[in-house]
Design a protein around this ligand. Structure first.
Ligand code: DLZ
Length: 216
């Protein structure tokens, strides 16, 4: 029996950058999960160029693979920041006007700086690089005969929680911890059975990414 997840809410993902980081163990289950997550991101308006997919060997490696994504790059200028951009340009214009009269040093004038800043801002706003608003960590752990499953699941889940609290970037928990392959298939919608949990993770990433932007 499949119990329902959160009731659906629509969030506009058009201003988001989202990363999907997936393990390569149990690839036949991973693939539909990643596809389901991506489908929901696109359906919410996230641009294809703003979805980055990376992989790592197994679920154990997910925390560091997520933590080491290039989240430190400057935030791209988004349409809703247009007013801020205009204010910045106005400020630079004022500095420029005052320096035109007093610049006798041969140093780059404020006019030069203004031109450079304008082109930097334009290239940043067109860029698909920048920090991620949310990351989806996808792994499939299938219980074997040893204690490996428990150790990896516990460490990966705690590691991902630590990364999201340390970075402030929502990390969606996309790790299936199942007892056998049948359970895994049913949670990835394989063979038309069950429900693809990857879709829920895509929707959760959009909601949390939008909220992260609102939180600032
Ligand atoms: C070793 C291992 C085992 C037994 N099972 C899984 C699994 O079901 N799912 C998964 O994502 N990874 C598994 N791994 C690999 C570990 O996560 C890890 O990649 C290796 O121990 C190397 O550090």
């Amino acid at each position: 029996m499949y119990l329902k997840g959160p009731s659906p809410q629509h969030h506009d993902g058009s201003g988001l950058r989202v990363a999907i980081v997936h393990a390569r163990w149990n690839e036949t289950i991973i693939e539909p999960l990643v596809a389901g997550a991506k489908e929901k991101l696109l359906a919410a308006g996230v641009k294809e160029s703003n979805i980055v997919v990376q992989s790592c060997p197994g679920s154990w490696e997910l925390p560091i693979a997520v933590q080491r994504l290039p989240t430190y790059l400057p935030r791209p200028i988004r349409p809703r920041n247009t007013q801020l951009t205009q204010e910045l340009l106005l400020l630079l214009s004022l500095i420029s006007a005052s320096q035109i009269q007093s610049n006798t040093t041969g140093a780059p004038s404020a006019t030069d700086l203004l031109a450079a800043s304008t082109s930097d801002l334009t290239s940043l706003s067109n860029s698909s690089s920048g920090p991620f608003d949310a990351v989806i960590a996808v792994g499939v752990l299938i219980k074997g005969e040893t204690m490996h499953f428990e150790y990896i699941a516990d460490a990966a889940v705690h590691g991902l929680m630590r990364v999201q609290l340390d970075t402030g970037i929502p990390v969606i928990l996309g790790i299936l911890t199942v007892l056998n392959e049948e359970q895994a298939k049913a949670r990835a919608g394989v063979d038309g059975k069950g429900h693809n949990h990857g879709e829920d993770w895509g929707s959760a990433a959009v909601e949390m990414g939008v909220k992260r932007q609102e939180w600032g």
